[in-house]
Design a protein around this ligand. Structure first.
Ligand SMILES: [Mg+2]
Length: 174
């Protein structure tokens, strides 16, 4: 009963899966399961807030491309930050994406000629990344954030995430 209520209240914020890091994923198994694209949040998901693309990130995108995946960065950050990162990892991107609105996610999928249910999305925040991916009908994976939260609004959201994460843990284990 509690599970049903929690799902009703918070289910839209729940990721389909949790993972430690987007760098420790068996992408091949997702490819074999029919997924065709991998979308990512940038800040605190791939690198710390506002950090440049490092070798690990560049290598990951190269591997994904070689595997046959299309990639896109869905960021709420500005054009300069997002475009620079995207150029470094050689990926499509959308900036000022207004997550959790599903619009940017859906437009990006259309642009890359994949269906929304063929896209895996990685992000570190429930109320922007995961909610947005769920809204768009994508397969959402919550990862542990890299680095510290810099913006006050993100710190606040992090605080509000706590009860939702508790609810998620309960639903998962019951
Ligand atoms: Mg983030």
């Amino acid at each position: 009963m509690l599970k049903v209520i929690l799902l009703k209240l918070f289910g839209r914020f729940f990721p389909k899966e949790e993972a430690i890091s987007p760098y420790r994923i068996n992408y091949k198994s997702y490819y074999n399961a029919g997924f065709k694209a991998v979308f990512f949040d940038i800040d605190n998901t791939l690198v710390p807030y506002d950090a440049k693309a490092n070798d690990e990130a560049k290598e990951l995108f190269k591997e994904l491309r070689e595997m046959g995946f299309k990639t896109c960065l869905i960021s709420n950050n500005c054009k300069k930050r997002t475009a620079t990162f995207a150029k470094d990892v050689d990926s499509s991107f959308t900036y000022k994406s207004k997550k959790p609105s599903p619009d940017a996610y859906i437009r990006a999928a259309r642009h890359l000629d994949v269906k929304v249910n063929e896209v895996i999305f990685f992000g570190d925040q429930l109320f922007t990344d995961i909610w947005g991916a769920n809204n768009a009908g994508m397969y959402s994976i919550l990862v542990e954030r890299i680095g510290e939260d810099v913006l006050t609004q993100i710190k606040l959201k992090r605080y509000l995430e706590k009860p939702v994460l508790k609810a998620y843990e309960y639903v998962k284990s019951n």
